[in-house]
Design a protein around this ligand. Structure first.
Ligand code: Y12
Ligand code: CO
Length: 180
């Protein structure tokens, strides 16, 4: 078979309470074809799962990689808008905003979470080129959500005590119903 040919694959998503999601991801050092293939598989996984963002640890790879594809005003996602973000660093966070967040690793749960409204993001693309962007609104929120994954944190950890307790009870019920 032609060696350069590789099929893009949907990868299995790691789901809470899997301990893998607590791992701290490591910096990427090689911007090679293996990385490109992995990014293509992450995109396929996100799209097939109806997600707008995905961190590598959600597909069991502890590397500082995340992807985002924020829909336009009509709710349409375009690959032209895809951000492949490697080794991200956030600075100049300002303001606060509340969004209803969801996560492919915590299926069926959406919660209001407070985060910074605006930020500056420095990151590398798949070729190792550095970029600096200003982000606000949903893009800023999704960047913060995904970077938390790289640091082993989930959005449910930001819930106040009572809401977290309620979530745990309902989530357990949901997992049980999925098993039977
Ligand atoms: C606000 C909104 C989203 C983020 C981070 C990225 N999160 C997602 O992309 C979540 C996607 C998601 C998709 C689901 O699946 C379907 O709708 C079919 C879903 O529901 C189930 O799994 C049943 C939950 C989440 C940050 C901030
Ligand atoms: Co998530």
């Amino acid at each position: 078979m032609y060696e350069g040919y590789r099929r893009v694959m949907k990868l299995p998503v790691v789901v809470y309470p899997d301990k893998k999601l607590k791992e701290i991801s490591k910096e990427v050092t090689a911007f090679d074809t293996d990385l490109h293939e992995f990014l293509d598989n992450m995109y396929e996984t996100m799209l097939e799962s109806n997600g707008i963002g995905l961190a590598a640890i959600q597909v069991a790879v502890a590397k500082r990689i995340l992807i985002l594809c924020i829909p336009d005003e009509e709710g349409e996602q375009s690959k032209d808008e895809l951000l492949e973000i490697i080794n991200p660093v956030v600075s100049n966070e300002t303001g606060t905003t509340v969004y209803q967040e969801g996560c492919l690793s915590v299926p069926s749960f959406y919660e209001d979470i407070e985060r910074h409204e605006k930020l500056t993001l420095t990151y590398h693309d798949r070729h190792g080129n550095e970029h600096v962007i200003e982000a606000e609104g949903l893009t800023s929120v999704a960047i913060q959500h995904e970077i938390d994954h790289l640091d082993g944190k989930l959005f449910i950890e930001k819930l106040p005590y009572g809401r977290r307790k309620k979530f745990e009870k309902e989530y357990k019920k949901l997992l049980k119903s999925k098993k039977s």
